[in-house]
Ligand binder design. Structure first.
Ligand SMILES: Cc1cc2nc3c(=O)[nH]c(=O)nc-3n(C[C@H](O)[C@H](O)[C@H](O)COP(=O)(O)O)c2cc1C
Length: 188
């Protein structure tokens, strides 16, 4: 594991993690991106498959195209709650300059779980470095279109599972509330 990310108390980092939706223009340094990927691949993996791989998109024109395509596809299936997120000037990536996409291959029974565990590691590592992140589920369908895979140079057998934006937060993000854990059984 790379050491440029200062050790923090795990529970503090979990508590500090937010879905950040406002970013400053500074880019994320390539070394930091590599540290985040390193944290991601330390996730547990069923049968040691390590089925994840990554694409990093820092080309703003490409991010805009991907955002527009995401909105088109969401519009076809969207519940009304997505209304504001479909406006022409809305960027599904909130103007973050870095998108890291976690792909799964092959799509076995635990591949999606492995990719999401890698995603959480990546986001916690980003939080520990002072960076913000947010999962952008609304871009999954667009990322999995043949056109977008071709644009990114991704072979068809790789499936986008977890797209995550990363960047320097431009403002504080308030914590969201959580329900108490619903314990269905605790047999002693
Ligand atoms: C699978 C998944 C998909 C998500 N997709 C989006 C998304 O497309 N756009 C977005 O702004 N936030 C997205 N989020 C972030 C959630 O909205 C966010 O985690 C939730 O509002 C709680 O906020 P918090 O993480 O700051 O506590 C997604 C989260 C998950 C787990």
């Amino acid at each position: 594991m790379r050491k440029s990310i200062a050790p923090t108390h795990t529970l503090d980092t979990i508590a500090a993690l937010r879905a950040v939706r406002a970013y400053a223009p500074q880019p994320v340094h390539p070394d930091t991106v590599r540290d985040l990927l390193d944290a991601a691949v330390h996730a547990p993996s069923a049968m040691d498959e390590e089925p994840w791989s990554f694409a990093i998109v820092q080309d703003r024109a490409l991010l805009r195209q991907l955002s527009d395509r995401s909105k088109e596809l969401v519009r076809q299936t969207a519940p009304p709650v997505w209304g504001g997120h479909l406006q022409p000037d809305f960027n599904v990536f909130y103007d973050a300059g870095t998108l890291i996409v976690i792909y799964g291959k092959p799509m076995g029974p635990f591949v999606v779980a492995d990719c999401w565990l890698a995603a959480e590691n990546l986001m916690l590592a980003a939080c520990a470095t002072g960076l913000g992140s947010c999962i952008i589920g609304s871009s999954v369908a667009a990322l999995n279109t043949p056109e977008m895979k071709a644009k990114l140079g991704i072979l068809s057998e790789f499936n986008a599972v977890a797209p995550i934006i990363v960047g320097v937060p431009s403002e504080e993000t308030a914590a969201t509330s959580r329900k108490e854990p619903l314990i269905l059984a605790w047999k002693k």
